[in-house]
Design a protein around this ligand. Structure first.
Ligand code: THU
Length: 125
């Protein structure tokens, strides 16, 4: 699966985002070692802190299905200036793979970066 194909899946699923408060729609598509692709969207809540990001939503789907070998994740964000994963999501994903490739839009073009580059000093126990 190419980066472009994975990003296309993230863009399509983004339409299912539930974001009546921020109006920012985010879709994520996560490719795992089994070859399966898990998707997620941001889901907001009237209790703002209860919102979950698209990336964590996708990661939770994968782990729940016993797929913990994260290979690459594409994130498609509408309506924000910076479209890379937030700090909480970086730390959340680092739990499973620091070698994960993160695909996102930067200055109008797709870019791919290692999670270890986006979060060089992730917390670990
Ligand atoms: N959001 C994500 O889904 N992923 C991120 O990495 C950053 C932010 C969502 C959360 C919230 O619903 C909206 O974008 C605005 O912050």
């Amino acid at each position: 699966m190419t980066n472009e194909e994975l990003y296309e899946i993230a863009s399509r699923v983004r339409e299912n985002a539930y974001s009546p408060y921020s109006h920012v729609k985010v879709g994520a598509a996560l490719l795992t070692g089994s070859g399966a692709v898990y998707t997620g969207v941001n889901v907001e809540n009237a209790s703002f802190g209860a919102a979950i990001c698209a990336e964590r939503s996708a990661a939770v789907q994968a782990v729940g299905n016993g797929d913990r070998e994260f290979i690459k994740i594409a994130v498609a964000v509408s309506g924000s200036r910076v479209k890379s994963p937030c700090g909480i999501c970086r730390q959340f994903l680092a739990e499973f793979s620091k070698d994960l490739t993160v695909i996102y839009e930067k200055n109008g073009a797709l870019t791919a970066q290692k999670l270890s580059e986006l979060l060089p000093e992730s917390f670990a126990l």
